[in-house]
Design a protein around this ligand. Structure first.
Ligand SMILES: [Fe+2]
Ligand SMILES: [Fe+2]
Length: 150
């Protein structure tokens, strides 16, 4: 039986996204453009997938069970939109094969992402673990099943 908490599960996925970006950054700094673009593409896909895991599975369930509809989940949704603007710019830079632009936007992206993830890991996920303890396994299964966006 999987005894992972939501915090542990989501923290691991934040780590996976961080790693994909770090790989891409290393390739680009090393002037391995093709490998860099591939890693950044994977990063962009996994980020959108992460947002969808939260917005379509975790947040709605949290809102329903806790009764908190206007609280932390709304702030997190707004921050996702801010980050999506940056991810869209990175995606355009990938299409243009512009490694410098990726790294420049990526730097801002990493700052926003870090601040966002600290709030989720410090506040929202622990609250979710409290409110949603009996739904944990089902939620993790449903989040794992969220497909990589087309
Ligand atoms: Fe989030
Ligand atoms: Fe998250």
């Amino acid at each position: 039986m999987d005894m992972k908490t939501l915090l542990e599960h989501m923290q691991a996925h934040h780590g996976r996204c961080d790693q994909l970006y770090a790989d891409g950054e290393n390739f680009l700094l090393d002037e391995q453009l093709e490998e860099g673009l591939e890693s950044i593409k994977s990063f962009l896909n996994e980020m959108e997938r992460h947002f969808q895991m939260e917005e379509t599975v975790l947040f709605p369930t949290f809102e329903e069970i806790s009764g908190m509809h206007q609280g932390p989940t709304q702030v997190m949704r707004m921050e996702h939109q801010q980050m999506r603007n940056l991810l869209a710019r990175m995606s355009e830079a990938v299409s243009n094969g512009d490694g410098e632009e990726i790294l420049e936007v990526g730097e801002t992206m990493m700052i926003l992402m870090q601040q966002h993830n600290v709030k989720e890991e410090g506040i929202l996920y622990p609250m979710a673990d409290q409110h949603l303890a009996s739904y944990r396994e089902e939620l993790i299964e449903r989040m794992d099943a969220v497909a990589i966006p087309a």
